[in-house]
Design a protein around this ligand. Sequence first.
Ligand code: SF4
Ligand code: SF4
Length: 349
Amino acid sequence: MANLLLTNRCLRACPYCFAGRELEPGGRGTSVSWEDAVYVADFLFRSGEDRLALLGGEPMLHPEFVDLLLYFRARGLHLTVFTSGMGPAATLRALEAHLPAFDGDTLQFVCNLNDPEQTPPARGEPARVHRFLTAFGPWVMPAFTIYRPDFRLEFLFDLIGQHGLTRHLRLGVAHPVPGAPSRHVSPAQYREIAGRLCSYRPLFERFRVKPGFDCGFPMCQFTDAQLGWLQRLCGEAARFECGAAIDIAPDMSLYHCFPLSRFQRRSLYEFDTLADVNRFYDRLRDDLHAELPGIFEECDDCIQRREGSCAGGGACHLMSRMIGEASVRLPEIDRALADVGVPGRARTD
Ligand code: SF4
Ligand code: SF4
């Protein structure tokens, strides 16, 4: 699946945001044009792809958000909208009016929710999010980003019950942005985070909510008993992946994922199909893993990595480490990074 950033404008300022380099806080931001939206739909059709995720910033801030949604649907695409829930009131009204155009699994919202006590909300955020969840609850999968080991999930179960959200919770961790300061989870914190997450087992079971992991979780930080519980609850083994998100920015530039947006950045116009794009960014990850197998020493000869059950943590961590260690690893690393088109020591931001 590809992700299209409809606009790089956002109304929140989450402390863990790893998309910050791509956003324009304040101001009008940059929005996808109709011409490029049509190009993306043609590109996906040519690629045999029928899914598209719409991102921002806040995608509902695109001035023609509802029309774009209807257009992409008319092109046969199944749509996932990643949102903060902070859409303009007029957009939400128009969206409600057009909901009957979508059925079954053709439209889903994934709403990233912050704990109002641990993460101070933006101005007007609670009221706007409440309005969004009230109107679209059954279409909304709740999502949460872990950026501190003492995170709390109680408020999410309250929202799931109150608004009838889907009983699948998408869990992400805050990732580092190589070459830039960012608030993120360090490898040493993952075990504590896994334990805290599993301490919510009674609530997950009582509300029959299935947790799902976004990229970058390391499998070995869960005990066998915890993995068994996750598998029983979800009906399938949890996935511990790091794969190209394929983000398409409003100007049609293209990158692996937000944290790696400055590395191997290309234009969508350089590729013929999505498979070509995926192959290109797979090489970036392979080159990084050739230097550092994973975020822990143990990743080197780990059977889970060899068998493909765990990616060895996020490539964003590996890139951060290489940049941080460049002064002691040069010149070999500098050469290797340059060979794969990655800015080395002299060229980082
Ligand atoms: S590959 Fe690395 S992170 Fe994944 S399970 Fe093995 S040691 Fe842990
Ligand atoms: S490098 Fe991998 S783990 Fe890190 S944000 Fe990108 S896809 Fe996720």
